[in-house]
Design a protein around this ligand. Structure first.
Ligand SMILES: Nc1ncnc2c1ncn2[C@@H]1O[C@H](COP(=O)(O)OP(=O)(O)OP(=O)(O)O)[C@@H](O)[C@H]1O
Ligand SMILES: [Mg+2]
Length: 595
């Protein structure tokens, strides 16, 4: 991304708050002004003390003015910090919001390509670096530049020749700072790499700790951790060491400069010659110089620091804008319409792949009418979940058409489409929160009664009633405090409560016991009366009541019809059914034998 474009975009976020930045700059000018003037005031009172007849009133006045200015400076500093932090927070709030909203608009396909961790980093650490930019860096860069200029002018006014001596020392400080930065950047990068290695190690191994324990890998993992930990310790120490060398070196130069000034100044007590140039200085000026030297050197080092922060802020901004620039693959077409779904679904010669050239669906055509229940059967990896995901445009197809109520789904608003289709996916995802919040999602209008009714319909109340807090019982991250079957029941209730026109059930009852499954089916039958339902189940008993069953093989429909039709056909479905039937028979025989 070009720098000018980057600036423009960063500036665009500042624009609504421009007035505040102007106020902050005015504050900054006042602060720098006071900072530069104070040594002059003290120097003036020292000059007064040096006079033969001392005017104490004048000294008291200098003192009061100095105290007043210092107090004023602190107040303004406080106001400025508050103002900048408040504004900075506002800006990064907006950026974080934009990034999150944009991430939400990306398609499943795009999520397969961008690691989740990267997106999390963009919306957290990278945004925080920008916070530094908007609060501290911009104003500090201006402040330090203004201080350097202000202090230099004050020194020239005090004593032009001494000011030039100080200026001569400047290149030494600059060279030292530049060399140090180079070293520091290197060690800093090392530390960052080690920290991120450590984070990656911890997050992977803490998520997988149960596997580590099951396979008794604790010692091995502990040793790996120790290695990563040692590398982190060593690199951090290197960083501290580099700082440890640099800081005293700069301080040394500062002290040397002061000594030179004092030496040359006091040598002639007020009048001397340096390299043949006659210099006259008074003790009070000497004091002011002493103060100015540090006020002159500090901002130079700080500017070098800020240059680095600026660079990392630009790098972070570039990364953030790159995410914002990812064009959502699946979005509403220009004339997309809102529709009230009835529930007719038609696939017309649909071809689809995830990876170019590897067709997953090959010329699939079928029709499901309103209120029908359709089931998809086929081997693992045959493409059943893929078909279901296409209906809600999780992915767009490459060839053919998918029609709902005769309208191509690409012409329907995505929000309209998805809000009327209830999906119970193969991998249930629960958010941390409560059972009720997971069922309701963000639909606040759904009452507790409705939530409970849905739970009753899917027979979830029998386990919920055992929990102290009922439907308000907490749900851990990803629902890890619930059994797989319980998670499926909650997801069932979630789908029911949103009253969708089309229901998609992908292995929705795979982890639920047969008895509960039967109950759910009964209540679904009540619901199906005004729903179209598409389901996938490996357990054929689950789907044998479906109006139409599609048998898939390698991305093609090879058989279709009702359970009875397909059995008569004696094809693939018949084979599958017989296999499962025999298994059940065997189970029954064993059961009988045990009894
Ligand atoms: N995100 C993806 N990227 C690339 N390939 C994918 C993706 N998701 C699924 N596939 C591939 O598409 C094929 C069909 O997968 P799909 O999930 O539709 O199978 P399925 O019939 O639902 O199987 P199962 O019965 O195991 O759920 C598989 O070969 C799988 O490897
Ligand atoms: Mg599947």
């Amino acid at each position: 991304m070009k720098d000018t474009r980057l600036f423009k975009r960063l500036f665009a976020y500042m624009k609504p708050y421009l007035l505040r930045y102007v106020v902050a700059i005015v504050f900054m000018i006042i602060i720098v002004g006071i900072d530069v003037i104070s040594p002059l005031l003290i120097s003036a009172s020292l000059a007064e003390l040096g006079k033969e007849v001392i005017d104490f009133n004048k000294i008291v006045m200098y003192f009061i003015v100095c105290l007043g200015l210092t107090l004023l400076m602190y107040v303004i500093q406080f106001l400025q910090t508050m103002l900048l932090h408040y504004t900075g927070q506002r800006i990064v709030y907006k950026i974080r919001e934009d990034v999150f909203a944009h991430i939400q608009s990306l398609s499943h396909h795009q999520f397969n390509e961008i690691p989740v961790g990267t997106l999390v980093t963009r919306d957290t650490s990278d945004v925080n670096v920008l916070f530094q930019l908007y609060t501290n860096v911009i104003i500090s860069v201006l402040k330090n530049t203004a201080t350097i200029v202000g202090v230099f002018i004050a020194m020239v006014l005090l004593n032009a020749k001494l000011a030039i001596i100080v200026l001569c020392i400047l290149p030494i400080i600059l060279i030292l700072t530049i060399v140090f930065r180079k070293f520091l950047r290197k060690v800093h990068r090392q530390v960052r790499t080690e920290v991120s290695n450590m984070n990656a190690f911890l997050s992977e191994n803490i998520s997988g700790i149960k596997i580590t324990q099951i396979f008794s890998q604790e010692e091995k993992k502990y040793n790996e951790f120790k290695e990563a930990n040692t590398r982190l310790r060593k690199s951090t120490f290197k960083e501290i060491f580099t700082f440890g060398i640099f800081r005293p070196s700069v301080y040394l130069i500062y002290i040397l400069t002061v000594i030179i000034i004092i030496y040359v100044g006091s040598n002639e007590a007020i009048g001397f010659s340096l390299f043949g140039v006659a210099i006259a200085i008074t003790y009070d000026q000497l004091y002011a110089f002493y103060q100015y030297i540090s006020k002159f050197f500090n901002p130079i080092q700080m500017l070098a620091d800020q240059y680095n922060t600026l660079q990392s802020a630009f790098a972070a901004a570039e990364k953030i804008f790159t995410v914002l620039d990812i064009e959502p693959e699946i979005k509403d077409s220009e004339n997309a319409i809102d529709i009230e779904l009835k529930g007719n679904i038609e696939f017309k010669n649909v071809w689809f792949y995830y990876v170019e050239g590897e067709w997953i669906l090959k010329d699939v055509s079928f029709k499901i009418n309103v209120n029908q229940c359709a089931a998809f059967v086929g081997a693992t990896g045959a493409g059943k979940s893929t078909i279901l995901g296409l209906i809600t445009r999780n992915y767009d197809i490459q060839k053919g058409e998918i029609l709902i109520d005769g309208i191509n789904i690409k012409d329907i608003k995505i929000s309209s489409l998805r809000s009327q289709i209830g999906q119970m996916l193969q991998d249930v995802f629960l958010f941390s929160g409560t059972l009720a919040s997971n069922i309701r999602l963000d639909e606040e209008s759904i009452t507790d009664e409705e939530v409970i009714k849905a739970c009753e319909e899917v027979n979830a109340m029998s386990f919920i009633n055992q929990l102290d807090e009922g439907i308000n019982a907490p749900v851990g991250e990803r629902g890890n405090n619930l059994s797989l079957g319980q998670r499926q029941l909650i997801s069932f209730a979630r789908t029911l409560v949103h009253k969708p026109k089309i229901m998609i059930l992908d292995e929705a009852t795979a982890n639920i016991d047969t008895e509960t499954e039967k109950m759910i089916q009964d209540s679904l039958e009540k619901v199906i009366k005004n729903n179209t339902m598409l389901m996938v189940a490996h357990r054929l008993s689950t789907i044998q009541h479906a109006d139409i069953i599609f048998v898939f093989d390698h991305g093609r429909i090879i058989e279709q019809g009702s359970h009875q039709d397909l059995l008569k056909l004696k094809g693939r479905y018949y084979q599958l059914f017989m296999l499962q039937f025999q298994k059940n028979e065997l189970k029954n025989i064993t059961q009988k034998a045990l009894n």
